[in-house]
Design a protein around this ligand. Structure first.
Ligand SMILES: NC(=O)C1=CN([C@@H]2O[C@H](COP(=O)(O)OP(=O)(O)OC[C@H]3O[C@@H](n4cnc5c(N)ncnc54)[C@H](OP(=O)(O)O)[C@@H]3O)[C@@H](O)[C@H]2O)C=CC1
Ligand SMILES: O=C(O)[C@@H]1CCC=N1
Length: 270
C-alpha cells in the first residue's frame, strides 16, 4: 500500500491525511508525519488518527513513497536542506504557497522528482479544489499518482505554474472568505430572529448547494442568480444592498490582494 509522508504535520497536512484515508486510498498506518517537538497538537493529531508522528524529517523521507512538503514557505529551504542527502530518486509534492518548482528543484538532488500543488482545507471532507504543476523531472507515473491522491480528496486540475499565485488567492485562501460569508449570513439571520444553529445550517447548506448547482448544471452563475430574483421580490432588494456596499468589488479585491501578497512572499522566500 502507498506510503505517504508529510514534512510539517500542521493544519493542511492533517486535512489532506484525513481526506485521503476517508477515501480509502491508503490506511493511517501507511502515513508518517513530522512536526516540531513543541507542536504537540499536531503530533497528537497524527497519532490519534493512527499514523506515525515523528519530531524529525529524515525518517519521513526514508519511509515514504511520496513526501508532501507542508511547512510554511519560509521554512521550506531549511526543511529540505535537512533531508536532501536522502532524497535521491524520491517524489516530493510541495503545497507551500509562493515557492516555485525551480527553487525546490535547486535544493534537492538532480534526480529527485517534484510536483507543486495548491489544495485547500475542504480536503478534510473530500471536497478540496486542488491544482498541480509537474516539475521538470516528474514522470507520467508521478503525475498519475499525485492526480489520484488529489482526486481522492476532491477535484484536480493540471495548470501552468504562472497561474499558481492567483489560484492560491482564489481556492487556497477561498475557504476563509466563504467561512466569513457563512458567518455573516448566519449573523444576518440571527439579527432577524433565527436561532443560531438553524442559521448556520441554512447558511452552510446554501453555500454548498449553490456551488454544487454551478458545478453540476454548467449554467452561468448570472443566470442562476436571475432564477432566484423575482421582479420586485425580496432577493432583488438584498442584491441591491450588496451592490450598494460594493460586495463584488470587495471579493475581487480580496483575490487581487491575496495574489499580490503571494507574489511578495514568493519574492522574499530566498
Ligand atoms: N492552511 C491552508 O488552508 C493552506 C495552506 N497551504 C500551505 O501549506 C503549508 C502549511 O500550512 P499550514 O498547514 O496552514 O501551516 P501549519 O503551521 O499548520 O503547519 C506547518 C507545520 O510545519 C511545522 N514545521 C515548521 N518547521 C518545520 C521543519 N523544519 N520541519 C518539519 N516541520 C516543521 C510547524 O511546526 P511549528 O508550528 O512548531 O513551527 C507546523 O506543525 C504552507 O506552506 C501553506 O502555504 C496551502 C493551501 C492551503
Ligand atoms: O494564507 C496562507 O498563507 C495559505 C495559502 C493558502 C491558504 N493559506
Amino acid at each position: 500500500m502507498l506510503r505517504i509522508g508529510f514534512i510539517g504535520g500542521g493544519k493542511m497536512a492533517q486535512a489532506m491525511a484525513k481526506g485521503i484515508v476517508s477515501s480509502g486510498l491508503t490506511k493511517p498506518s501507511q502515513m508518517i508525519a513530522s512536526a516540531h517537538p513543541s507542536d504537540e497538537a499536531s503530533l497528537t493529531a497524527f497519532r490519534e488518527f493512527g499514523a506515525e508522528a515523528l519530531t524529525e524529517n529524515r525518517s519521513v523521507v526514508r519511509k515514504s513513497d511520496v513526501i508532501f512538503v507542508c511547512v510554511k514557505p519560509n521554512v521550506v529551504k531549511t526543511a529540505l536542506d535537512d533531508v536532501k542527502s536522502l532524497s535521491s530518486g524520491k517524489l516530493f509534492v510541495s503545497i507551500a504557497m509562493g515557492i516555485t518548482l525551480r527553487e525546490i528543484e535547486q535544493i534537492l538532488p538532480s534526480d529527485s522528482r517534484v510536483i507543486r500543488v495548491m489544495p485547500n482545507t475542504p480536503a478534510i471532507v473530500q471536497a478540496a479544489a486542488s491544482v498541480f504543476v509537474r516539475g521538470t523531472k516528474a514522470t507520467e507515473d508521478d503525475t498519475k499518482l499525485v492526480r489520484n491522491i488529489l482526486k481522492s480528496i476532491g477535484t484536480v486540475d493540471e495548470v501552468s505554474e504562472y497561474l499558481m499565485d492567483p489560484i492560491t488567492a482564489l481556492s487556497g485562501s477561498g475557504p476563509a472568505y466563504i467561512f466569513v460569508l457563512i458567518e455573516a449570513l448566519a449573523d444576518g439571520g440571527v439579527k432577524m430572529g433565527l436561532p443560531r444553529d438553524l442559521a448556520y445550517r441554512l447558511a452552510s447548506q446554501t453555500v454548498m448547494g449553490s456551488g454544487k448547482l454551478v458545478n453540476e448544471s454548467g449554467t452561468h452563475p448570472g443566470i442562476l442568480k436571475d432564477n432566484v430574483t423575482s421582479p420586485a421580490g425580496s432577493t432583488a432588494s438584498g442584491l441591491h444592498h450588496l451592490e450598494k456596499n460594493n460586495f463584488r468589488n470587495a471579493v475581487i479585491g480580496a483575490v487581487e490582494a491575496a495574489t499580490l501578497r503571494c507574489r511578495e512572499i514568493s519574492g522574499n522566500s530566498q
